[in-house]
Design a protein around this ligand. Sequence first.
Ligand SMILES: [Cu+2]
Length: 135
Amino acid sequence: MITSRYARGLQAALIGMAMAGSIAGAHADIKDYKFELVDQTIQAGPDKVITVRLMNTKTGKPVPDAVIFATRLDMAPDGMQEMVTKVTPMPGTEPGTYRFKANLSMAGGWQLSLGAKVQGETGTVESKLVITAQK
Ligand SMILES: [Cu+2]
């Protein structure tokens, strides 16, 4: 009976290792990603550049090569959600940053809503960022 006890013990050890392995190898969750503004305050006016950074909050590192498929910029923070302006993507200047050109026609609070896909992750990163446009 020594062999079977040994076998059971070995099996338990293998299950334990498999569980430990799956925890150590746990993939980052889509909720661990978020966009943040590089500059909170931007001069009001046409052709203004908004720069955001996509962060993996678990590693604290910027995330390159995300596919941004949804953008909206409106004045919801100032109660003018119907005041929407066009957002044009621009090439980023460094990995993990994403830039957009927009006409910030009015001073005040603008909300940038972003939807993005991250390489190797399922789900969608959704962030709402509030920018202050100054006169
Ligand atoms: Cu407005």
